[in-house]
Design a protein around this ligand. Structure first.
Ligand code: KG4
Ligand code: ZN
Length: 336
């Protein structure tokens, strides 16, 4: 079964053709990062306009890279939530138009479930149930994946997402947007013991995260140093920040898995590309005899292949959209 997957929830216009979910025939990503960099972050209206300009070419290239025509496609999957509303609407309307013109089934896909599905593409042995940490620019969730289309959120961030914390601290250190990857690079040559950064405590649900205190601590540290004319070593601060974020993400996820009796753990989302996060999970899982699934770097960030893959499982589950499908800026993965 051939699925065309379309993704436009943030600053990447992406499309992919996949066979039976996991066999990726094409994966085209048109990124707008350069343009948003000027502003230090994503400008929603610019994102929507660029999606509008690029989506047709991206889908056409995904079909031609796969050596397929639109007639060959069996169903069209599209991200409809959560994300920037104007950006999502472009993908949703484009997919709806294609489905209405061709009579093909429309499959709505929740963006976070798409990130989770990226691991099925890389790891044919990964099967629910398992526990997955999804850490991206907008989300930090520990999700119990009880089936391919059934999710239960065990922990979530109370404030900032891990990716946002990376990006805002990176900006304060003078790195360009999106800063996560620059912190990762700088951390390679820094001393992670150089700065003792706070690990905010969260009361209530023990698997919830909070990153705003850490973000504020790093920004204040840089601000105070600047006022006193003291130079902060960005390599060391990057290493300390990365170690702190990786430690928080890994500790909570592994402890949730232990308490819930899971021995299979997956990590997904843009932050799963972080070398410190990957190393922390590799070490913790090896020590506890847990099986760890990490997406390849090419599938950590937003892409169409993960949407096509999850679209396949949603299709098998009977999930369909119609001409009234709307986009939603916020929607819990439990509500789908
Ligand atoms: O999943 P994603 O592409 O988009 C969202 O759904 O938000 O995640 C983007 C986030 C950004 O915050 C970016 O800085 C972060 O993932 N990111 C990283 C790395 N690569 C991407 N953070 C830390 N280290 C990296 N290597
Ligand atoms: Zn994402």
């Amino acid at each position: 079964m051939l699925i065309l997957g379309i993704e436009s929830s943030c600053d990447e216009t992406a499309a992919s053709v996949s066979e039976n979910g996991v066999n990726i025939l094409s994966n085209v990503i048109s990124t707008q990062i350069e343009e948003h960099r000027k502003y230090g972050g994503v400008v929603p209206e610019i994102a929507s306009r660029r999606h509008c300009e690029n989506i047709s070419a991206v889908v056409t290239k995904a079909l031609s890279d796969a050596g397929k025509k639109l007639e060959d496609i069996d169903a069209i999957a599209v991200t409809y939530a959560p994300g920037l509303i104007g950006a999502l609407l472009v993908g949703v309307n484009y997919a709806k138009g294609l489905c209405m013109a061709t009579g093909k089934p429309l499959i709505p896909v929740h963006h976070i479930s798409g990130h989770i599905a990226a691991n099925y593409i890389a790891h044919p042995d990964l099967k629910p149930p398992y526990l997955c940490l999804v850490a991206s620019g907008g989300h930090s969730h520990i999700v119990e994946v009880s089936d391919y289309t059934k999710f239960h959120v065990v922990g979530r961030t109370r404030d900032d997402a891990a990716g946002e914390c990376f990006d805002k601290c990176a900006r304060a250190m003078g790195f360009p947007y999106p800063g996560g990857v620059h912190v990762d690079k700088a951390a390679q040559s820094g001393n992670k013991e150089a700065f003792e950064l706070p690990r905010p405590k969260v009361t209530g649900s023990e698997f919830d995260f909070s990153f705003s205190g850490l973000k504020t601590a790093v920004i204040n540290l840089l601000h105070n140093a600047n006022q006193k004319g003291i130079e902060i070593n960005k390599y060391d601060l990057s290493a300390s920040l990365q170690d702190t974020i990786a430690g928080i993400l890994c500790e909570k996820t592994v402890s949730a898995a232990q308490q819930m009796g899971y021995t299979d753990i997956a990590v997904a989302g843009g932050v799963s590309a972080n070398s410190g996060v990957r190393a922390a999970f590799e070490k913790a899982c090896a020590e506890r005899n847990m099986k760890l699934y990490l997406p390849p770097l090419s599938l950590c960030g937003d892409n169409g292949a993960m949407i096509a893959c999850q679209g396949y499982y949603n299709y098998l589950d009977g999930q369909r959209g119609d001409e009234s499908l709307n986009a939603m800026a916020t929607l819990s993965i439990e509500e789908i």
